[in-house]
Design a protein. Sequence first.
Length: 279
Amino acid sequence: MPKRAVVVPMREPTGESPEPEARPQPQEERAHLHIERFSVFYHDNEAVRKVTMAIPAGQVTAIIGPSGCGKSTLLRAINRMNDLIPGCRTAGRLVLDGQDVYGPRIDVTALRQRVGMVFQKPNPFPKSVFDNVAFGPRIHGIRRKSDLAGIVEQSLKRAALWEEAKDRLSENALGLSGGQQQRLCIARALAVQPELLLMDEPTSALDPIATDRIEDLIGELRGDYTVVIVTHNMQQAARVSDLTAFMYLGELIEFDSTDKLFTRPSQPRTQDYITGRFG
């Protein structure tokens, strides 16, 4: 799938101007995830501040912003990874297909089956390639070897790793290259058939060739999965995403189609960030 090429124009510096109260939002048709005035606190520090946005189904949404702006914190909140951090609490609502992710009746294990996660650095288990991919299905009760073999093959194919790994299924996954390990982690996430796939800087530890493979893979997953990717690389966001959100100091500054946000941003701070005036 060809990648997007978005040219970021340089404009004359803009003076300070008040921001409109209603920030541009993409249409909410087929929204998979509704984030409604959602905040994340670490003790008294509000790291994510009353964010509201709708993530469409089957599309790739990128979250960009300078370090410490809250983008990874927001991403991890979607499948409640922040629950593991002492002193972390949330406010507002985060609704996946009509179900409040932080509601009292939510099954967090079932949630994490529906919402897969790929981290910044590849983190394969010190097990065989096969056992890495089969790990999740086994936890969810699949034991028959033929069923597991089918899931492993299908997941590795979806992660564009089958041809490289099919003769190495019994080998330790730590023997794979960095790029292969990251695609293995994507296969491991896909093996439990998630609806939504979260990616936190998935290529920051990879070389350009491996990065290109992961970006191609993201394009191939579009349509079958809802993908949310946090990236510090604006060019990557422009290449792989349909929608882009810009965050700054915990706030959502702008959320719009990728082409529009990078070429015709409505907020002065977005313009300043994408043209390199800060960040």
